[in-house]
Design a protein around this ligand. Structure first.
Ligand SMILES: *[C@@H]1O[C@H](CO)[C@@H](O)[C@H](O)[C@H]1NC(C)=O
Ligand SMILES: *[C@@H]1O[C@H](CO)[C@@H](O)[C@H](O)[C@H]1NC(C)=O
Ligand SMILES: *[C@@H]1O[C@H](CO)[C@@H](O)[C@H](O)[C@H]1NC(C)=O
Ligand SMILES: *[C@@H]1O[C@H](CO)[C@@H](O)[C@H](O)[C@H]1NC(C)=O
Length: 374
């Protein structure tokens, strides 16, 4: 409850100054590794990550806009929850989508990355691997006015609740990583490096993309908060795919290397949102398996991390969000074919019936015919 209080009550978070953290690095790592054995700390990122890159991963708080999303009912009867679960294994045709680690750069856009990440996974799962459409974090960052406060641009985060609502009401186009030239609106340099927010252009920034901005919009049909209970979150992931979770980000989290994270030392930096894709148990410690959006060079699990499960670690089980994608109906193309098929089947049946009827009547004449021929 302490963490939940922090998540919702704090609007001004302490900020982790870069110099302070660099100074603390060695002391921090040693302390974490001596104080507990659940997880190991190490240097932030790869050895050769420049200080410029280092700064990019710093966050400012997620905008506090309260609880706006209805809580979905949770039924657990007859449900066997396994000891471990990995959405990539459950839905192998979407494993590449679910396992995709992204990079939010210098912008406080974790909320845009984790929400679109879950939307992307769920559209793939619902379409049984047919639709691999990567929703664009840049599109909601720039175009969802209600998701964040444009006065602050990238410096203050945004609201995941509003992002999910925007998905159902306005739709979101496709868009890949920074400089990827993938999808309609790929992540832009101003966000990735400069911490400033790009204006909403309502058009694709990728000149090579063939579909128009309006046509590229994909919608959600529903969104909800998952009941804040371990088993309900597990049931939701097992049934429908990954979920988005918000938790209190403390300084020690940056130093995560591997193992099951549990808050050990350091000040509160901000709230952070991630994508939970499964769970398991490591050395007796139950954990959630989650995808971060700090590139795959963060930590030793290639951008993933494990965090203690079942005890609401850093508030991670408090505000879990998910939704249902609206599959683009194929009525215009599929129903004429269905009609053609039905009509054809009808004609065949009619012809056969007539043939049978005629056959009986004219059996003799047919026999006579062959008799004449042979
Ligand atoms: C870990 O650190 C806390 C806070 O300083 C201390 O109370 C606790 O005894 C430490 N535990 C171990 C195993 O070092
Ligand atoms: C620096 O890291 C990149 C991966 O981001 C790697 O490809 C490269 O070889 C590294 N360079 C050195 C000098 O270690
Ligand atoms: C933004 O929020 C305001 C106030 O809650 C609401 O009236 C408006 O419809 C919202 N706009 C969109 C595009 O959702
Ligand atoms: C954005 O922040 C400014 C300054 O704190 C505030 O006056 C304004 O009401 C905020 N806008 C929204 C939409 O929350």
């Amino acid at each position: 409850m302490r963490h939940a209080f922090l998540l919702y009550a704090l609007t001004i978070f302490s900020l982790c100054e870069v110099k302070k953290c660099q100074y603390l690095t060695k002391t921090f790592i040693d302390f974490i590794n001596k104080n507990q054995s659940s997880w190991r700390a190490g240097k932030f990122f790869l050895e050769n990550v420049t200080s410029r890159n280092f700064v990019h991963r710093y966050h400012r708080p997620v905008l506090n806009v309260g609880n706006e999303v209805r809580v979905k009912d949770c039924y657990l009867e007859d449900l066997h929850i396994p000891d471990s679960f990995d959405a990539r294994k459950e839905w192998p045709h979407c494993a590449d989508v679910i396992g995709n680690i992204r990079d939010q750069g210098s912008c406080s856009s974790c909320w845009a990355f984790s929400s679109t990440g879950v939307m992307t996974d769920r559209l793939c799962i619902q379409s049984e691997g047919e639709v691999k459409f990567q929703f664009s974090p840049q599109d909601i960052l720039s175009c969802c006015e209600n998701c964040s406060n444009s006065t602050y641009g990238c410096a203050v985060g945004g609201s995941s609740d509003r992002a999910w609502r925007y998905w159902t009401e306005s739709g979101i186009v496709s868009g890949g990583d920074y400089d990827s030239y993938q999808g309609c609106v790929f992540y832009q340099e101003s966000e990735f490096y400069l911490k400033t927010k790009s204006p909403c252009m309502k058009s694709c920034n990728n000149p090579h993309y063939k579909i128009s901005y309006a046509e590229d919009k994909h919608f959600g049909s529903d969104y909800y908060q998952v009941k804040p209970a371990e088993k309900c979150i597990q049931a939701e992931i097992m049934s429908n795919g990954p979920v988005e979770a918000i938790f209190a980000l403390y300084e020690d989290f940056y130093y995560y290397k591997d193992g099951v994270y549990t808050y050990t030392i350091g000040g509160l930096v901000s709230a952070h949102t991630v994508k939970i894709i499964g769970w398991g148990v490591e050395n007796g410690n139950p954990y959630w398996l989650a995808a971060n959006s700090w590139n795959c060079n963060w930590g030793q699990l290639k951008g993933f991390f494990k965090i203690r499960r079942g005890v609401d670690e850093c508030g991670i089980e408090q505000h879990v969000l998910a939704g249902t994608a609206r599959l683009k109906t194929k009525t215009s193309s599929s129903s004429p074919w269905l009609l053609v098929a039905l009509v054809s089947a009808g004609i065949v049946i009619a012809v056969m019936a007539i043939a049978l009827f005629v056959k009986k009547k004219s059996m003799e004449s047919v026999i006579n015919y062959f008799r004449l021929k042979s």
